[in-house]
Each structure stands twice: as structure tokens, then as C-alpha cells.
Design a protein around this ligand. Structure first.
Ligand code: HPA
Ligand code: ZN
Length: 324
């Protein structure tokens, strides 16, 4: 089974590229850029990864990315991840990235795009790995700032496969970003949003109704609202679920308690993803393995999940047929 899970062509639809920063690379980039980290060594970094909830993780996540300064840094970060993912049988990666977190530190959007762009072309050429770009807005910052970012990204609109919404969810409903997402829609840019990770089912409804998203990132709290579950099923909305992330951020207590089997039973379209693999204890293969151990799913179930991901990916039909 383990070999089967490794060979299964996996598409990852929910990944934050800044969340792939392993402590070893964090230290080497800190040295390269003369950034001081509040840790003595990589063991101390890993020991600090004991999170109470999403906000307590985000604090370390934003601190960790302070070592990313140049286009080369973003290139190295992404290539490091693409190589790891490729070894795990990942064939396609859609990466969220957080420009506002970099702009706030004086790192220009052009720098981020140049570094990630170079890595994408290299991954395609060297690994045969296809990739997509999801520019995320930070929901705990003002909507006006998100709108400014969208306008500032004009030279890259063609490069963006989608825009997304991430960071601290509670108290920051999708409705706050209605105009920004409407502008993205007018520009023809597809939309996704994190909703129902820590936030209530109502945020999932808002993301669908007000932001017109084609996928919901996480979405696991939909089960608290049977009518919403019905709607998600009837409209074939894809949820990009991140099992190990949900355990580490205490959305669920143990992987055995994860609602994935109930979501499947409800007939929803699901995909498995790693979210922030460097922080949550593993990449795509570890997430697939954790589900196998916890739920003892059949090969057919894993094939179904992997096919849903390829089906819902931002790729052209030629690539989709190649992967299916
Ligand atoms: N949830 C919300 N925002 C994020 C996450 C997450 O798991 N990772 C990075 N930004
Ligand atoms: Zn996420």
C-alpha cells in the first residue's frame, strides 16, 4: 500500500509556499542575508512548533519567512519543495503565496514573482512537474490593502491562476473582501478562499455567495450545517482538506477524529493536501499515509481523491488528460 500511495500521481491544490520553509533552509538563508533568528539551531526551531491554534502558528510562520529577501531565496525555497514533492510522487503543485507579508518587510512583488517564476520553469524542465500560482490576500489586514495589491499585480495578472484568501480566519469573514474578489472576477481571475477551518460554516456560505469561489480551502466545519453540506455536494464544490494541518492546529484533536470519512460519506468532492508541510509534520505522502493508518481506506478511495485533485486543478485540458 505504501508503494501504491507513493506512485499514485498526486496533485497538490492547497499549499503555502512560505510554509515549505524547512528549518535547515531557514538557517542557511538567515546566514546568507545576515538575518538574526530567535533560535540557536534547527532543533530549537522544531521544538517551537507546538501550536495551540491557527493564530499561534501564523506568528511563527510570518517570523520564519523573514529570511526570504531576494529572488534567489524564493527560487531556492520553491525548488527545495518541488524536488521533495517530486520524490513523493507529486505531479502538480498549486502554490499560495503571501505578497503582503513580504511587502510589509520591504520585499517587492517583482522579487517574489521573479524567484518563484524561475523555480516554476526549472521544475517543469527538470522534474516534469507542473505548477500554478495562487496570490493570497491576508484576511486579517484591511480589504483596501488587498485591493491595492491586486492593482499592483497588474503586470502579473496573466501569470496568476487564481487569487485566494488566507491568514487568521476568526473575525475576518469573506464578506470583508467582496469588492476585491469582484474586481478579480471582472479581470477573469479564478477565485478560491480558506473558509471553515477555524471559522463557522457561515464563512463557507459567504465565500460561495459573495466571493464566487470555485474551491473552498479546508471547509471541514461545513458538517455543522447539513443544508450547506447538501449544497456543496449538489454544486460539486471541491474542498481542499489538509489532515495533518488540522491536527497540528487543533481543528481536530487526533487524526482518528478527523471528519474526512464523514465528508466522504456525505458525497463531497475532496482532495488531500499538506498546507504548510515544514510546520505540520509532513508533505503530501505523509498526509496520504496518515489517512491510510487512521481510516484504512481502499486503493479506490485514494484514487478517487487523487483524481478529484487533477479534475479540480488549474491546468489546461492537455495536461489534465496527461495526468488522469
Ligand atoms: N490557514 C490560514 N492561513 C494560512 C495557513 C493556514 O493553514 N497557512 C498559511 N497561511
Ligand atoms: Zn492553507
Amino acid at each position: 500500500m505504501d508503494d501504491f500511495l507513493k506512485r499514485l500521481p498526486k496533485a497538490e491544490l492547497h499549499l503555502h509556499i512560505e510554509g515549505t520553509l524547512e528549518p535547515e533552509l531557514m538557517f542557511s538563508l538567515a546566514r546568507r542575508n545576515a538575518v538574526t533568528l530567535p533560535y540557536a539551531d534547527v532543533d530549537e526551531v522544531r521544538a517551537a512548533y507546538d501550536f495551540a491554534d491557527l493564530p499561534s502558528f501564523l506568528e511563527l510562520y510570518y517570523q520564519g519567512m523573514s529570511v526570504l529577501r531576494t529572488a534567489e531565496d524564493f527560487h531556492d525555497l520553491a525548488m527545495d519543495y518541488f524536488r521533495r514533492a517530486h520524490r513523493e510522487g507529486v505531479v502538480h503543485v498549486e502554490m499560495h503565496f503571501d505578497p503582503q507579508a513580504h511587502l510589509a518587510r520591504g520585499v517587492e512583488l517583482e522579487t517574489v514573482m521573479e524567484g518563484l517564476g524561475t523555480a516554476r520553469r526549472e521544475a517543469e524542465r527538470q522534474l516534469g512537474l507542473s505548477t500554478a500560482m495562487i496570490m493570497a490576500f491576508l484576511r486579517d489586514r484591511p480589504a483596501q490593502e488587498a485591493m491595492q495589491l491586486l492593482e499592483r499585480a497588474a503586470p502579473f495578472w496573466e501569470t496568476l491562476d487564481a487569487v485566494g484568501l488566507d491568514s487568521a480566519e476568526r473575525g475576518h469573514p469573506p464578506s470583508k473582501f467582496r469588492e476585491v474578489f469582484e474586481r478579480a472576477r471582472m479581470l477573469g481571475i479564478p477565485r478560491v478562499a480558506h473558509a471553515g477551518e477555524e471559522g463557522p460554516p457561515e464563512y463557507i456560505r459567504e465565500a460561495l455567495d459573495l466571493l464566487d469561489v470555485c474551491r473552498i480551502d479546508h471547509g471541514v466545519r461545513c458538517l455543522e450545517d447539513p443544508e450547506l453540506v447538501e449544497r456543496l455536494r449538489d454544486d460539486r464544490v471541491v474542498l481542499t482538506v489538509c489532515p495533518l494541518s488540522n491536527v497540528r492546529l487543533k481543528v481536530v484533536e487526533r487524526i482518528e477524529d478527523h471528519p474526512l470519512p464523514r465528508l466522504l460519506d456525505a458525497g463531497l468532492r475532496l482532495t488531500l493536501n499538506s498546507d504548510d508541510p515544514a510546520y505540520f509534520g509532513g508533505g503530501m505522502l505523509d498526509n496520504f499515509r496518515a489517512c491510510q493508518r487512521a481510516f484504512d481506506w481502499s486503493r479506490e478511495t485514494f484514487v478517487q481523491l487523487a483524481e478529484s485533485a487533477i479534475d479540480a486543478a488549474f491546468i489546461g485540458e492537455t495536461r489534465r488528460l496527461e495526468l488522469l
